[in-house]
Unconditional design. Structure first.
Length: 73
């Protein structure tokens, strides 16, 4: 049951983070789409930050649960 919840959390986080990219349009940013600075716009960086934080928090939670399970044995 716990793994199903964790999977649901990661799936919803992934979809939430990448949804803004599906709605991008030519005028969504202030920089030229072909310039490297375009990748630094919040619409492009925010999903990566959200996914990274989710992976770190999820990894920490899994490691903590494994540690507690090992201590109980």
């Amino acid at each position: 049951m716990q793994l199903k919840r964790l999977w649901s959390f990661f799936a919803s986080s992934f979809l939430t983070a990448w949804a803004p990219l599906a709605f991008a349009h030519p005028g969504h940013g202030t920089t030229d789409p072909t310039s490297p600075a375009h990748a630094a716009e919040p619409i492009h960086l925010l999903p990566l930050v959200v996914i990274s934080v989710g992976l770190v928090v999820g990894g920490h939670a899994v490691a903590r649960r494994l540690k507690l399970a090992r201590e109980k044995k």
